[in-house]
Design a protein around this ligand. Structure first.
Ligand SMILES: Nc1nc2c(ncn2[C@@H]2O[C@H](COP(=O)(O)OP(=O)(O)OP(=O)(O)O)[C@@H](O)[C@H]2O)c(=O)[nH]1
Ligand SMILES: [Mg+2]
Length: 286
């Protein structure tokens, strides 16, 4: 899908507006455009300097330079669980970004690939969160491990690991709370959960996946920082890519992207495709 006000469209308008005379004002405008698009001041200056150096003669050359530079800043994460081991994917993110929905989508995605999947209801903080996951479990025909509201999420995940080991399941998808009384509580809780999993699962089979709402923009950068500092993030899921998604923040976050969520149905999840991302979202052509 192409976005009407994509970076590419804006860059084209800028380039043609300056009729190939790339003076200081062109570069100021270019930097402003990139900063507005959440690409960050550092990237904006890097791109502007590089364009200045290479002096593109055509719109295509100009877009190709920007595409190449952004391409270097984005990477893809492969999340391929080991079928012969127990894998735990801890799904993290602030409230409302799409954690629970993504877990349901991932359950379908991995079951399709032959994995034995179980969901762990680790969001014990928000009322109704467990029932919401239970509903997804029923609809997708996935086993779920749950306890009461307010119980210790670490204990729920501990249970899920024990039961998965007993039954021979090989992938646990853990839901978590996106909000606590405050940030310190959230971080402490996540670190407790992290310890429970690290003690029982091989490091290579344990992935911490941060869900980012693609419509959020700048704020997602600080979200990624908080979660990354708390437990270390292996991969991102970019949700709501079907809505008015913004490209820039992803470039600044710098964590490899595994999946993209493109709607509210279970099949609306796709492996991240860097080329498609640069072409459609950033509108930077092939
Ligand atoms: N359009 C669209 N909507 C999505 C996508 N992913 C999730 N949503 C919607 O976003 C809303 C929030 O999703 P949840 O999965 O409940 O988010 P959460 O992160 O678990 O939220 P909390 O449990 O409150 O922290 C729901 O209405 C979802 O249907 C997506 O890829 N595209
Ligand atoms: Mg949730």
């Amino acid at each position: 899908m192409a976005f009407k006000f994509s970076l590419g469209a804006k860059l084209k308008a800028l380039f043609s507006g300056f009729k190939k005379t790339l003076d200081q004002s062109f570069f100021d405008n270019l930097e402003d455009l990139l900063i507005e698009g959440d690409f960050g001041a550092k990237n904006a200056m890097m791109i502007s300097d590089e364009v200045n150096e290479r002096k593109p003669k055509t719109e295509e050359e100009f877009l190709a330079i920007v595409r190449e530079l952004l391409n270097d800043k984005i990477s893809k994460a492969e999340l391929i669980p080991d079928k012969d081991e127990l894998n735990v994917y801890l799904v993290l993110g602030v409230n409302g970004v799409g954690k629970t929905t993504s877990i349901a989508k991932l359950a379908c995605y991995y079951k399709e690939k032959g994995y034995k999947v179980v969901m762990a209801a680790g969001d014990t903080f928000r009322a109704a969160a467990i029932d919401q996951l239970e509903l997804h479990a029923q609809r997708t025909g996935t086993r779920i491990v749950r306890q009461e509201n307010g119980s210790d999420p670490g204990a729920v995940i501990y249970d899920a690991i024990s039961s998965a080991q007993a039954r021979g399941d090989n992938l646990i998808l853990c839901d978590t709370a996106g909000r606590m009384h405050n940030k310190e509580n959230l971080v402490r809780e996540l670190q407790k959960i992290d310890k429970v999993i690290r003690n029982r699962v091989k490091p290579e089979n344990y992935k911490k996946i941060l869900v980012i709402d693609a419509t959020t923009g700048q704020n997602s950068i600080s979200q990624a920082q908080i979660f990354n500092e708390a437990v270390g993030i292996d991969a991102l899921i970019l949700t709501k890519y079907d809505s008015a998604a913004k490209a820039g923040a992803l470039v600044q976050i710098g964590i490899p992207v595994a999946f993209v969520g493109t709607g509210e149905h279970y099949e609306d999840i796709h492996e991240f495709d860097k080329d498609e991302f640069l072409t459609s979202l950033a509108g930077l052509g092939e």
